[in-house]
Write a protein that binds this ligand. Sequence first.
Ligand SMILES: [Zn+2]
Length: 223
Amino acid sequence: MFEMKSDPRQILKSYLPESVVDEVYKSVLDHKVSLHFTRARNSKLGDFRPAHAGKPHRISLNHNLNPYEMLITWVHELAHLITFEKHGRQHQPHGIEWKQNFARLMVSFLHRGIFPDEIEEAIKYHVLISKAANGSDLHLKRLLKAYDKPLDEHKTTIETLTEGSYFKVHDGRIFQKGQLLRKRFKCLCMNDKRFYLFSQLAVVEPIGNENPILSLYLTKKSS
Ligand SMILES: [Zn+2]
């Protein structure tokens, strides 16, 4: 976790599009935010915790986001902060008050050549039209993913695998890809025989169409 100390602008420059660094830094100062770049969390891209017990507002952002996704996530969390400053806890987390703040802040970064055209179009749709303007817009996420550092060659997103094939996750557990339920894939964990839901863009390591645990077991048994 990196807390901003000596030269905050230099740190911001390594995470964000260069032309927005001064503005973001100004918002950090204006709103007295303690900003942290954290380890990559699977469950979220960033989060906001309101000031309490003498501690300032805290925004954290996953360190591995590409500069465009980092900026969008910063704006998302800043919109939470601004909504909190005005309404306290009396609002829905991604309700109308938050949406208006998010859209207003996001629009201020458009038409300035900050984002590639296709991303800019998707952002416009995302903030102005889409009802799911809470960061769950898969179209925008897919476009943004193209700007991530290339994946390890052994890995891919789960949506590219065929149903029924097997894959491994970072902690070594093995799963079989199942059906898409609403927005997530229901996959069977071969280690504990339970079902788990995976985001369509979860990064996994494919290991073919044969259950590797079963074949391991058979090999052991027959030897
Ligand atoms: Zn949020």
